[in-house]
Design a protein around this ligand. Structure first.
Ligand code: PLP
Length: 459
């Protein structure tokens, strides 16, 4: 058996995939190369990757500085662990750099390997924190419907998407979900943004009071929701939420896994939406996904208590073989150098304007488009059966799936998000305005969903 598609179909257990369909049909494509914002499949077809993989290849594919940094570190020290106070140099330097970049004062950095395990660690940190403080009842974590925080046993439950719970007995009982700040479906007719934010904050307040504030440990939130639909909150939403959390002594965890490191046209999502988190989760854009790495930034308020835990519990009993991995730290340092040197955060702000303008021009008046939204290089188009009255498609997801199929046929990779008929865009920061315009024009001729046009060939 030599055909790679056949090997994949037979042996590879794909994540987030319809297993039966894959076992029958095999992979949609086999990607063999990537350069800048373009990926190339085994047949030689080129595609603009308008999702940067999974919102993560921010500096673009095959950047020579990334390759060089990884090669140099692999030849010097590919690995050493960080357990029991053992140190390596690059993770220490990276920690200082992350603390100096943080949008709110932070004190220390804990490293993991993925957004999911980092959010699991967040839950353990807030439980440990409350155990050290002698508050063993204060353990519940509030998340939001449509929020995406990962797939592990704990973070899969924090995720507020039903399709990640079904069949897995999730969420665990200490997790609670509240309404997201999604204007399209959640806002009362006639409400201003500020009134909508007040309604949600008041609901949160009542929710915590009903649960018992002495049982609620933390709330986790993405500044701008990604997989849940690219949902930008009203300006006053997080300040009002924060006031409620502070009043009930509930910690705020900012999940910056997608937003962090420039995706919104500013360094971090928290500063874009007025969030002042006690803990931050970082992943994806920290290495532009060249090597798996996640990081948790811990504020002084939490760190002080964790330090007291040593007297009570001894050695901190949590950490991964790959925590503070030197190769991953080398990737993160090179990635941050590129973002600075190539001024990519400013590029995101500029090119984000172009992307939103083009999406609005192409889709805003379309009878099946309810909303074109986003910020920076994060955008979404939400499709509905009817705009007025607002009515979703009966078979949820099939229209968005058809749109992504048509855009693939036009040579552009987009993504149909799980919660509704929403198609998202999150291109690499290095996508040029010319690439955006050229591919936008190709897609905007509105092919019939499902109608297939062969993508352009390399040669
Ligand atoms: N948090 C957010 C906001 C995410 O979008 C994701 C993944 O897309 C995660 C956490 C989980 O990250 P990972 O897939 O690296 O476990």
């Amino acid at each position: 058996m030599t055909n790679v598609e056949e090997l994949d179909r037979t042996f590879l257990f794909h994540p987030m995939t319809n297993l039966a369909a894959h076992a029958q049909n095999g992979p949609h494509m086999t990607v063999v190369e990537g350069h800048g914002a373009t990926i190339i499949d085994r047949a030689g077809n080129r595609y603009l990757d308008a999702m940067a993989g999974l919102w993560c290849v921010n500096v673009g594919y095959s950047h020579p500085d990334m390759a060089e940094a990884l090669r140099a570190q692999a030849l010097k020290l590919p690995y050493f662990h960080a357990f029991s106070s053992m140190g390596t140099d690059l993770p220490a330097r990276l920690s200082e750099r992350l603390i100096s970049m943080a949008p709110v004062p932070m004190s220390t950095v804990f490293y993991g390997n993925s957004g999911s395990d980092a959010n699991d660690t967040q839950a353990k940190l807030v439980w440990y924190y409350n155990n050290v403080l002698g508050r063993p009842q204060k353990k519940k974590i509030i998340a939001r419907r449509r929020g995406y925080h990962g797939v592990t046993v704990l973070s899969g439950g924090l995720t507020g998407l039903k399709n990640l719970h079904d069949g897995f007995d999730l969420p665990l009982p200490m997790i609670r979900h509240v309404r997201p700040p999604h204007r399209l479906w959640e806002r009362e007719p006639g409400q201003t943004d500020d009134e909508f934010a007040t309604t949600l904050a008041t609901e949160l307040d009542r929710f915590i009071i009903n649960e018992g504030p002495e049982t609620v440990a933390a709330m986790i939130a993405e500044p701008v929701m990604a997989a849940g639909g690219v949902i930008v909150p009203p300006d006053t939403y997080f300040p009002k939420v924060q006031e409620v959390l502070d009043r009930h002594d509930v910690l705020l965890i900012a999940d910056e896994v997608v937003n962090g490191f420039g995706r919104l046209g500013v360094p971090f999502g928290s500063q874009s939406v007025g969030m002042k988190p006690d803990l931050m989760t970082l992943a994806k854009g920290i290495t532009s996904a060249y090597v798996p790495l996640s990081a948790i930034l811990v504020s002084e308020k939490v760190w002080k208590v964790l330090l007291e835990g040593s007297a009570k519990f001894g050695s901190f009993g949590h950490g991964y073989t790959y925590s503070a991995h030197p190769l991953a730290a080398a990737a993160a340092m090179a990635n941050l150098d590129i973002i600075e040197r190539e001024d990519l955060v400013a590029t995101v702000a500029r090119n984000g304007e172009l992307l939103h303008e083009m999406l609005r021009d192409a889709f805003a008046d379309h009878p099946h488009v309810a909303e074109v939204r986003g910020r920076g290089l994060m955008a979404a188009v939400e499709f509905v059966e009817s705009r007025d009255p607002l009515r979703p498609f009966a078979a949820q997801g099939s229209f968005a799936a058809a749109v992504t199929k048509a855009s693939l046929a036009a040579g552009v990779i987009t993504r149909a998000l799980p919660a509704a008929d929403t198609v998202s865009f999150s291109p690499p920061f290095v996508t040029t305005p010319d690439e955006t315009r050229a591919h936008g024009r190709r897609c905007a001729h509105r092919p019939r969903p499902g109608g297939r046009r062969p993508p352009p060939r390399v040669r």
